[in-house]
Design a protein. Structure first.
Length: 189
């Protein structure tokens, strides 16, 4: 069986069984880290906060996710430079340090997102400087429409699988995982 594919016999078993109100899905922090690396940190393992110029750049790399109480924490290495070219040389400050941002996971319809974002590390005066760029970018990066993702990734095989509806509810953290109830409707042709 190929990883990431839903076997047809399992779907037939689900369709032939009594109706379920929802299925509980556990998403481990390692799965969230892998998804971030695959879907967000796509440019040679980097997520650009501002487009790279000849002397200016700002990007995150090496992300890791941890579930901490009722929050999802993302730690990554931030590299930034705000310089200008003077006589062919880049003149201006450069910064490089680890940053941890955390937020409260929430669901609405088929969307899973992280709200109430805050910078937990490094702390101090640098937070006000980076929060204007970092927090909005991460809020967008940490939002997924599960229904749209399922529609893009339906398995190929002898059946045509159509995702008609997905609704998420009852989100909670449990150990190192997010746990969410998934209700939906799919169609096989």
């Amino acid at each position: 069986m190929r990883q990431g594919r839903f076997p047809a016999f399992a779907l037939l078993a689900i369709l032939g069984s009594p109706p379920l109100s929802a299925v509980e899905v556990r998403v481990a922090d390692t799965a969230i880290t892998a998804a971030l690396k695959r879907d967000v940190f796509r440019d040679a393992g980097k997520y650009h906060l501002i487009p790279a110029g000849s002397c200016a750049y700002s990007f995150l790399e090496n992300p890791s996710v941890a579930i901490q109480g009722d929050r999802v924490a993302v730690r990554a290495h931030l590299s930034s430079r705000a310089a200008v070219s003077i006589g062919g040389d880049c003149v201006g400050p450069a910064e490089s340090f680890d940053v941890t941002v955390s937020g409260r996971p929430t669901v609405s319809g088929s969307r899973l997102s992280v709200v109430d974002l805050r910078i937990d590390e490094p702390g101090g005066s640098v937070n006000s400087l980076i929060s204007a760029v970092l927090l909005p970018a991460l809020a967008n990066a940490l939002t997924i429409d599960v229904e749209a993702a399922l529609r893009r990734n339906t398995a190929t095989g002898p059946f045509a699988l159509t995702v008609n509806r997905v609704a998420l509810s009852n989100l909670r953290t449990e150990g190192n995982a997010l746990v969410v109830a998934v209700d939906g409707a799919v169609q096989l042709k």
